[in-house]
Design a protein around this ligand. Sequence first.
Ligand SMILES: Cc1ncc(COP(=O)(O)O)c(C=O)c1O
Length: 403
Amino acid sequence: MGTAAPTREALALHGGTPVRSSLLPYGRQSIAEEDIQAVVDVLRSDWLTTGPKVDEFEEAFAAWVGAAHAVAFSSGTAALHAAAFAAGINAGDEAITTPLTFAATANCILYQGGTPVFADVRTDTLNVDPQQTADRVTSRTKALLPVDYAGHPADLDSILEIADRHGLTVIEDACHALGAEYRQRRVGSISHMTVFSFHPVKHLTTGEGGMVTTSNPKFADALRKFRNHGISSNARDRQREGQWHYEMVLLGFNYRLPDIACALGLQQLGRLGANVARRRAISARYSAALREMPGVIVPRIADDVLPAWHLYPIRLECSRLSAGRAEIFRALRAENIGVNVHYIPVHLHPYYRVRFGYKGGEFPNAEAAYESLISLPMFHGMTEDDVADVISAVEKVTQHYAA
Ligand SMILES: Cc1ncc(COP(=O)(O)O)c(C=O)c1O
């Protein structure tokens, strides 16, 4: 393991020996003993949910990203839904987003009765194109939802400028980008609302979980009510004050993140800087090794950002390879490299095709990117040997299929 494969070695797909004996996943959590202890301590305490750990996690998270407020949710999807609510998206409204994302980014607009309007991506960073975004603004547009694809911040200043011009709210989907920097500012402190996910493959995990950060107290207030049935106070405050009275003032949901999860998140936050640094080191090693391999295009990084590297997506230059993406994908999996594809463009999913009449061909940049993308394993717990295995496998497979 860990050494470059000789040119003519048989692919595992064709019966050869795989580069690794066991599968390396594309993403994985890292759990330390102190994480386990923190969760156990909560299990022994009075509050399993909506207790002191929620406030502690939110305050520490807000401070880390440099926002005035952070509001925790039961998932990134719930956090997106709440942000769409707080932005005032309602029936008949539109919000503009990228097709090259996880469906949840667009679905949150539908949850509020609005219509997702897609704008195509740039061909370099694969983030939404600001010009295409501006071209799609109408009198019905309420919000813009850029996604920091793979952890590379979108063109946030351009998008905020479009929003300013038209009185729109920017909800940045930073589910890939915790720890990223844009023009020397941390993601989470830039857009009107920024949404994060704490799924196990992310930079920090709470099992399931999410967060919205904002510097606007009105948004923070709406977000807090929305995650708690639309009720204006929480059970712990009422107990502390000896009160039973509460008022439901808007139609909300139960989107609360329990103290058990917040205790885990708080511990993980202590290692966030190190996790992001490790992902940057892995990506630097990948890019240095893969950049010269024929048929492989490494991710492009703009000069004014520091990506957080949730994903490391390569693009295949199929004209230089004798096989398509599907076969290369299968060959890498056979080498026990847990590759993945991010993303099937949202408008091509059957639900969107049937409901909105998409047929394919509407967003050529996103569709062309999708046809060539493969995400290599990327998680902060990867060892140097793991990284070497991935590089060896990509070299072995692309050399085999060199056109
Ligand atoms: C871009 C993007 N948005 C939203 C989500 C939803 O987050 P969650 O899985 O925490 O609901 C994800 C999840 O991976 C994502 O990648």
